[in-house]
Design a protein around this ligand. Structure first.
Ligand code: MTE
Length: 313
């Protein structure tokens, strides 16, 4: 299947140069383009590298390596150990792929992924990613805003929530042969959260096609929420007027909520959420302080004005 994100900047640039340029650009933006030396360096880089856009949402923190992002995963459909998805997910067939969109939409139906990708804008987003288990990464995703896909289907005014469902195919997803979870994995967002420009459907990382263990060919990424909201390998999206169930809340509602916004002030019963371990930072590296809404407070806090976030956790 032809994918518009097949050829990305990083395909024709070694990963180290890619990171350097990202860091350089971030530095220039942050410093208001001050410093003749940096400008000269940027000019020299620009001669050898194609242009690309910074979306405005990117963090300037150093991304984790491709290796780290693709070998330390949670994807229970392929096993419960962090290394299981990388070992087992090669069995998943991701082409052809379609997403069923139904419920309160004008144009319900089965949307072929190739078709979807020909109609949306694939962008690069370097996002912080924070798991409820108190580890974190920085991930350069490729993807498109979820609202573009919802607009294709036409959301009806009565819709208030979006429900997502992962593929159920135990022949190809070895973990689904055990009742660890009530399969399929499901998640949900409020409609305004789903329509927020930070919310993307990822189709790649580091300019490469999304590896199966990261939720190929299409997974949700909501960077201000704990990682379990970012449901993988999505096959169904339903627009509803009631709050949908989500897998981890259904398993244990005292530990996991519907909103699941990253919040250092509200601890999980088994993990303090005040700090986090950045994957790849070494065993003896200090822990990072966790930021409210995972650092996206300015962009998303207004979605929750007037809500008690310790009740709506
Ligand atoms: N989606 C499905 N279908 N199954 C899962 O087990 N795990 C969630 C989320 N999406 C999960 C899922 C959890 S707990 C996390 S932290 C992230 O995926 C991990 O994403 P990553 O492996 O790409 O880092």
């Amino acid at each position: 299947m032809a994918r518009p994100n097949d050829l990305k900047y990083s395909d024709i640039t070694p990963e180290s140069a890619y990171l350097n340029r990202r860091q350089l650009m971030a530095g220039l933006v942050g410093a208001g383009a001050a410093g003749a030396g940096m400008m000269a360096a940027a000019g020299a880089q620009a001669q050898t590298m194609p242009d690309f856009e910074i979306s405005g949402f990117d963090t300037s923190e150093t991304p984790n390596t491709f290796e780290e992002i693709t070998t330390y995963n949670n994807f229970y459909e392929f096993g419960t150990d962090k290394g299981d998805p990388a070992r087992n997910a090669h069995t998943l067939t991701t082409d052809p792929w379609a997403v069923e969109i139904d419920g309160m939409v004008e144009r319900p139906g089965s949307y072929d992924l190739g078709d979807i990708l020909s109609k949306v804008n694939i962008d690069e987003r370097i996002y912080r990613f924070r798991c409820v288990e108190a580890w974190s990464m920085v991930i350069p995703w490729n993807g498109f805003e979820l609202r573009e896909l919802l607009d294709l289907a036409g959301v009806q005014p009565s819709a208030k929530y979006v429900r997502f469902e992962t593929l159920y195919r135990p022949d190809e997803m070895i973990g689904q042969n055990r009742a660890v979870i009530d399969w399929p994995y499901v998640e949900g967002l409020r409609l305004d959260e789903a329509m927020h420009p930070l919310t993307i459907m990822a189709t790649g990382l580091y300019g490469k096609e999304l590896p199966n263990q990261n939720g190929a060919p299409l997974r949700l990424v909501v960077p201000w929420k704990y990682g379990f909201k970012s449901i993988k390998s999505v096959v169904k999206i339903t627009l509803m007027d009631t709050q949908p169930e989500n897998t981890w809340k259904a398993i244990n509602h005292r530990e996991y909520g519907f909103y699941s916004n990253v919040n250092p002030e509200v601890s999980h019963p088994r993990w303090s959420q005040a700090s986090e371990r950045r994957i790849g930072s070494g065993l003896f590296a200090g822990r990072l302080a966790t930021l409210k809404f995972n650092g996206y407070e300015e962009q998303v806090a207004s979605l929750y004005s007037g809500m008690d976030l310790s009740v709506n956790y």
